[in-house]
Design a protein around this ligand. Structure first.
Ligand SMILES: *Cc1c(COP(=O)(O)O)cnc(C)c1O
Length: 386
């Protein structure tokens, strides 16, 4: 039976009710035992690709499987796998698409360690990457070479909130025989499903919105069944970035409120963004759902909402005033990451493609606190940064 997103979020993949328990148990075991040699051999042969068949928890585990089936459903993918971190999922996805001599095209606003992996680490193995700005389809495709096997996207990007045209880029990349991966951590499956537009591998840092409570580090990858069987055999089995059952269970618990949390983050983010845009101390606001966003058409096409993550270019660019601002905040706490219950601030010095100098950008994550308190906090910090 087809059910709405919020209903699937609560119940999909949870039909088993062990001993009638309304919440799935934590299967805290490393291995599974068998009564007969025949059963043992058949499980080993089935590998890990069939649901409900488990041999060893580095590859599959019933607690993880509940979360994985749910994520696949929410992302509109055939299968999903959780990992010990977002980077565990991302590096596995990338490695599943490259071999010696391969070339990758990646947006220059992707998550920092993702770019570091492509730029600094993979050349050791003969894999090269070209970074592109990403908003111009022709420019992205011009970076393709005959040996390009992967286009890596992150839309919206998580500091400047730039979009890439999934549908057009997927069509063109597929014509050239390349796979397309996209980091969907910002939107979560609540506000965007990249598979709808042809993306082959959808990635999440579940340390952010999927987990939602700043109490786990975890990642997820959603893709086709066929691709997943290879990833299970190779990257999952051989790198061993397996998520443990307890954080997988915390992720499941966090996801119960994913949709209601996202609505709250979105509402607060919109209020804070529009309040910031009226301030003299703010030169420019970067927010995915800004009606004046230069790529508004892509937001409307690909997403159904924005989240609590946004940033701004302060008119003050000296380090001392940036320091007074971030230290002057009391509700927003200074720290990396985002996606949890708490509001966070992080100042970043950056110079992406197209900027003629390095600038301070202040990124805010609007948590689940009262929006009036958040605005008052920012107001007070601007005073302190004078
Ligand atoms: C945090 C983050 C990651 C990495 O996730 P970890 O769980 O920290 O490994 C990847 N992509 C984006 C956009 C992120 O913000």
């Amino acid at each position: 039976m087809a059910r709405a997103f919020d209903t699937d979020l609560q119940h999909f993949a949870e039909e088993a009710h062990v001993h009638g328990a309304v919440v799935p148990p934590i299967f805290q075991n490393s291995l599974f035992v068998f009564d007969s040699l025949e059963q043992f051999q058949s499980e080993m042969e089935a590998g890990s690709t069939e649901p409900g068949r488990h041999v060893y928890s580095r590859i599959t585990n019933p607690t993880l499987e509940v979360v994985e089936r749910k994520i696949a459903r929410l992302e509109g993918a055939e299968s999903a796998k959780v990992f010990a971190s977002g980077m565990g999922a991302i590096s596995s996805a990338i490695m599943s698409c490259v071999a010696q001599g391969a070339h990758v095209v990646c947006v220059d606003t992707a998550y920092g360690p993702t770019m570091q992996f492509l730029r600094d680490y993979l050349p050791r193995f003969g894999v090269a990457t070209t970074f592109v700005e990403g908003s111009c389809v022709d420019e992205v495709m011009d970076a393709f070479r005959p040996e390009t096997t992967l286009l890596y996207l992150e839309s919206p990007s998580s500091i400047l909130f730039k979009f890439q045209d999934f549908e057009t880029l997927c069509r063109l990349a597929h014509e050239r025989g390349a796979s397309v991966a996209a980091d969907n951590s910002y939107a979560s499956p609540v506000y965007q499903n990249p598979t709808r537009f042809g993306v082959d591998l959808v990635l999440h840092s579940a340390s952010k919105y999927l987990g939602g409570h700043s109490d786990i580090v975890a990642g997820a990858l959603a893709t086709s069944r066929e691709r997943m069987s290879r990833i299970l055999r190779d990257e999952v089995a051989l790198y061993g970035a397996a998520l443990a059952p307890f954080p997988a269970w915390l992720m499941l618990r966090g996801m119960r409120t994913l949709a209601v949390r996202m609505r709250a983050h979105r509402e607060t983010g919109d209020v804070v963004a529009s309040w910031l845009s009226g301030r003299a101390e703010v030169e420019r606001v970067f927010h995915a759902s800004d009606p004046a966003h230069p790529q508004r058409d892509l937001f409307l096409k690909q997403m159904t909402g924005s989240s609590g993550l946004l940033s701004f270019l302060p008119a003050f660019q000296d380090r001392e005033r940036v320091r007074r601002f971030v230290e002057g905040l009391e509700v927003f706490q200074l720290g990396v990451s985002w996606g949890g219950f708490e509001s966070l601030v992080v100042p970043l010095q950056m110079q992406p493609i197209g900027w003629d100098e390095q600038r301070w950008v202040i990124r805010l994550h609007c948590g689940l606190e009262d929006v009036g308190d958040l605005v008052a906090d920012l107001d007070r910090a601007f005073d302190r940064a004078r």
